[in-house]
Design a protein around this ligand. Structure first.
Ligand code: NAD
Length: 361
């Protein structure tokens, strides 16, 4: 059964819709569908609703400010949204913060996922037959649950779970809960595991916006360890395409791996961004002069890479943005929206400082 997201007049619940990827999804849903979009988010340091508020279709958006760690409030929120489908993105998402303090990761990513699953299950149990058939719950996860690769091979749906940071361990836990709620309770769940995203509106603790803002402010650009750790980068809009396909056409109970086939070392990315900035906003020296190698992240995974063959073959997904195009769009956006960063800094208190250094490492 195909779920018609565009024309289905659906009620859609997005958790974490005030974050980077969730916000991009909410904006897309407001733009390309006629759905009522319910955005459940606790509104944390990583949240930003400014872009959503600019949507001409904002009247179809409802913010439900709830922390998923609270079961009663989560249950009430699901009741209020009365969703036809749920995209579950809410999570604590930054590895360094999970090293600094893992507790909020357990609360949001594990307890929070349990609470939304239980609330969704009760909601689904009470739906009438025709709505029940079309109900879907999409759980959005990361490739980091599979651990770290050597120089060869790629992660796929068949990869073994081997999480190595508090963040990835809690995301792995949430994946397992979803799998259990599908097998045990038949809740129609689909899961996705995606590689590193980048694009506009990403909180500047993450690598690409951090490099851009350090460079634009002529501050040292920190590179963890020797900079040879590899990530597989995907432009956020391409991830959104995959999520919409997965919930519309994905097989219930299946998981899909999503990646950009853009493997780059952290040092390569940094040098590439520096060269683009040299051309676009030159200063009196190359931006690469700002690069500073710093102590490595504890337990830093060496390499991630994704084999997206299944979602390409079964759902017809492909990334539409090359890394070069996506990065150019991203840099251009940050250059034109420096006041966004200043506001984010003011609201969150984050000033680009290093966190997550385990003294025993
Ligand atoms: P983000 O940190 O930018 O946003 C997360 C949002 O979730 C925030 O608005 C936050 O307030 C909300 N949230 C967190 N805990 C909550 C709770 N307990 N209750 C309600 N809301 C809560 O994260 P992101 O980068 O947009 O990632 C979104 C999802 O995608 C996460 O599940 C993440 O694991 C997954 N993912 C991210 C990437 C990536 O590269 N960013 C890659 C693959 C998968």
């Amino acid at each position: 059964m195909i779920i018609d997201i565009e024309k289905g007049n659906l009620r859609i619940l997005v958790t974490g819709g005030a974050g980077f990827i969730g916000g991009c999804l909410v904006r897309r849903l407001l733009k390309t569908t006629n759905a009522k979009v319910f955005n459940l988010d606790k509104i944390s340091y990583a949240s930003d609703l400014s872009a959503i508020r600019e949507s001409p279709n904002i009247y179809r958006h409802t913010l439900i400010k709830v922390d998923l760690k609270d079961y009663q409030k989560t249950f009430k929120a699901v009741k209020e949204a009365d969703p036809d489908i749920i995209f579950h993105l809410a999570a604590e998402s930054h590895v360094d913060r999970s090293i600094e303090n893992a507790e909020p990761f357990l609360q949001s990513n594990i307890v929070g996922t349990f609470n939304i699953l239980e609330s969704a299950r009760k909601h689904w149990d009470n739906m009438d037959h025709s709505r029940k058939k079309g109900f879907r719950f999409l759980h959005i996860s990361t490739d980091e649950v599979f651990g770290s690769l050597g120089s060869e091979g790629k992660f796929s749906e068949k990869s073994t779970y081997d999480p190595r940071s508090p963040y990835s361990a809690t995301k792995a836990g949430s994946d397992h809960l979803c799998n259990a709620w599908f097998h045990t309770f038949n809740l129609p769940i689909i899961r996705t595991n995606c590689s590193n995203n980048y694009g506009p509106y990403q909180f500047p603790e993450k690598l690409i916006p951090l490099i851009i803002f350090k460079a634009l402010n002529k501050l040292p650009i920190p590179i963890y360890g020797d900079g040879t750790n590899v990530r597989d980068w995907l432009f956020v809009e391409d991830h959104i395409d995959a999520l919409i396909l997965a919930i519309s056409k994905g097989e219930i109970g299946a998981s899909y791996c999503i990646g950009g086939s853009n493997e780059k070392t952290n040092l390569e990315i940094t040098k590439y961004i520096c060269e683009l900035l040299d051309k676009r906003v030159p200063i009196n020296k190359p931006y690469t002069d700002l690069i500073k190698f710093v102590k490595d992240r504890p337990g830093h995974d060496k390499r991630y890479a994704i084999d997206s063959a299944l979602i390409q073959k079964e759902l017809g997904w492909q990334a539409n943005n090359s890394f070069e195009d996506g990065l150019l769009k991203t840099i251009e956006w940050y250059l034109n929206n420096q006041s966004w960063y200043e506001n984010i800094q003011k609201n969150s208190g984050f000033k680009g400082e290093r966190i997550g250094l385990n003294k025993n490492f």
